[in-house]
Design a protein around this ligand. Structure first.
Ligand code: ADP
Ligand code: MG
Length: 574
């Protein structure tokens, strides 16, 4: 086979494969250009999901006539000039290849006029061939028209979805860009239909436009700061958590990013407040020194690399969790909500097993036989320290606002998780030597984990080392596990599985909370454990002491409150 240099058109088409794969990515590039040109109004028109036409018009700074051929040339950009710029990118674009790529796989026309120009100029690119620009009448700004996308790369055109599906993706892209550019107006039209129309507004108003006005009372403002980084955002109350992460957005310097570590930092802050299979509603905006974040890591610029990911994780997590704890959420027992839980198929909901509607007819029948003139003795009111264990599973007690029903396992798990976390913040966990070391066989992944994670084991109060080429011995375990009679071997095996399979989250905080989670779950009292009065009171006392004790670490509720008002209503007193 002979090696040949590729033609410039082919090079661009290959590049196009990375940068533009569908109308939505073309729209993303063109709107980013319009934003970089400091436009205050951006209009997007689609025909047939963008397959036949994508037109993006802006009122930005425009392009000088003599520079139009450069705008459509590959590796030509006005946004960076040297390496130093590349290390601190302040614009959305910087590679100078988007327009050239789009031009190689479509019929492209750019019409542009600057404020100081008498008329606009136009340049046409046809599948990579550029034709001379000509003067034309148009207002200040730039209009980019992309017709018949992928007409000369049929394989790629075949991968496009229906017009409706492509339009939806474009809508999503525009919404994401609009979220972080509230001062710019956006309209998106498909044929004659207006799909989005956002006027310039405040950051909060824009977000509510995007998320839906029904969330207006459900979002809380959140902010935070560390050196060189500022965070602002709106986060949803636990009730408005969603089954997907679609409403969980992170923006860095005006760019929406997908970053599992940041998403995790937010979700982690909701630990215990929402069920683990649900996602918080939140939009977080991070403004930071561009030198602290590398945006040149992904062809579509949708991922970034933070110089210090741990600092970012902590900032996001702390800002969100302190906002949430200031609100003191306790889930109310609400029969309608419970019913919805069941209907959405949620397995873990505490409400699943509960009766979802009040059996009015049965109640009427039951009440019918009672002679209401007979004085019935009122039950003595529980003093607030009194607590009743029901079916060896639930605890019933009261507080100022009503009746509390508690899941004993969930609560104990939560209490221990918080206590472990607090202890860990002060130093290593307390450790207890085993009278007889436990030895068991180990594979190479486990042995590796033992070698690389000694610091972590010490933190956790675990003493462990290889005791042969394929076996390990445990000499000490966390006191908590020993005192709760937890099977140490089983715990160690689970832990080594996690460590050995690299199944733990990347940052230390995340990994530690996952391990503490595992420990508290194993050590917690179980459903079916009979508790003494002393244990019951002790548990309730600890409940009062920990923050947000109302949900267990897995996010199942620990406590449900039936408010006095609710009771009064149900018994017809209101
Ligand atoms: P990049 O955005 O990475 O610089 P592009 O290929 O997207 O590369 O655009 C090339 C150049 O064309 C930009 O650097 C910019 O100078 C100019 N340009 C493109 N779109 C616009 C626009 N809407 N308004 C003003 N200038 C634009
Ligand atoms: Mg660009």
């Amino acid at each position: 086979m002979t090696i040949r240099k590729l033609s410039p058109i082919l090079i661009n088409q290959i590049a196009a494969g990375e940068v533009v794969d569908r109308p939505a990515s073309v729209v993303k590039e063109l709107v980013e250009n319009a934003l970089d040109a400091r436009s205050t109004r951006i209009e997007i028109q689609l025909e047939h999901g963008g397959k036949d036409l994508i037109r993006v018009s802006d009122n930005g700074c425009g392009i000088a006539a003599e520079e139009l051929p450069l705008a459509v040339a590959s590796h030509a950009t006005s946004k960076i000039t040297d390496e130093a710029d590349l290390a601190a990118i302040a614009s959305l674009g910087f590679r100078g290849e988007a327009i050239a790529s789009v031009g190689s796989v479509s019929h492209l026309t750019i019409t542009s006029r600057r404020e100081e120009d008498e008329s606009a100029m136009q340049i046409v690119v046809d599948g990579g061939d550029t034709s001379i620009s000509k003067p034309i009448a148009a207002s200040v700004g730039t209009t980019v028209e992309v017709r018949r996308l992928f007409y000369n790369t049929p394989a790629r055109r075949k991968f496009l979805k229906s017009d409706g599906a492509e339009t939806t993706r474009v809508r999503d892209v525009v919404q994401r860009l609009a979220a972080s550019h509230h001062e710019t107006g956006f309209t998106l039209k498909s044929a004659d239909r207006t799909i989005l129309a956002y006027t310039p507004s405040s950051a909060t108003a824009r977000l509510l436009d995007i998320f839906g006005g029904e969330l207006s009372g459900e979002m809380i403002e959140c902010s935070g700061e560390t050196e060189g980084v500022r965070l602002w955002g709106l986060i949803g109350k636990p009730e408005v958590a969603r089954p997907t992460s679609k409403y969980l957005r992170v923006h860095v310097n005006g760019r929406t990013i997908s970053d599992s570590s940041m998403t995790h930092a937010i979700k982690e802050a909701y630990r215990g407040l929402i069920e683990p299979n649900r996602w918080p509603t939140a939009a977080i905006f991070i403004e930071m020194d561009p030198a602290l974040v590398d945006v040149n890591v992904h062809p579509q610029k949708s991922e970034v690399r933070f110089r210090d990911r741990d600092i970012m994780w902590r900032l996001v997590n702390k800002s969100v969790s302190s906002t949430l704890s200031a609100e003191n959420f306790v889930p109310l027992y609400n029969p309608k909500e419970t019913y919805q839980h069941v209907a959405t198929g949620s397995q873990q909901s505490f409400g699943t097993g509960m009766q979802s509607t009040f059996p009015v007819d049965q109640a009427r029948e039951a009440v019918a036989g009672i002679d209401l003139t007979q004085p019935t003795p009122m039950p003595t009111i529980l003093a607030s320290d009194d607590v009743l264990q029901v079916h060896k599973c639930f605890l019933v007690t009261q507080d100022e606002q009503g009746l509390l029903i508690i899941d004993q396992h969930a609560l104990h798990e939560r209490v221990m998780f918080e206590e472990l976390k607090a202890r860990m913040a002060e130093g290593n966990l307390e450790s207890q030597q085993l009278l007889v070391p436990e030895s068991f066989p180990a594979d190479s992944a486990w042995l590796d984990a033992i070698e690389t994670q000694q610091a972590l084991f010490t933190k956790l109060g675990i003493e462990i080392s290889p005791s042969g080429p394929a076996s390990i011995s445990v000499y000490a375990l966390p006191t908590l596990l020993v005192s709760r009679n937890v099977d140490g071997t089983e715990f160690i095996c689970d832990l080594l599985d996690k460590l050995g399979s690299n199944n733990l989250p990347a940052t230390e905080e995340e990994a530690l909370s996952e391990i503490l989670d595992m420990m508290s779950c194993k050590a917690a009292i179980k459903a079916g454990d009979q508790l003494t009065q002393h244990e019951l009171r002790d548990l309730l006392q600890r409940r009062r002491e920990i923050e947000r004790s109302s949900n267990c670490p897995h996010g199942r509720p620990t406590t449900m409150r039936l408010s006095i008002e609710e009771l009064e209503q149900r018994f017809g007193r209101r």
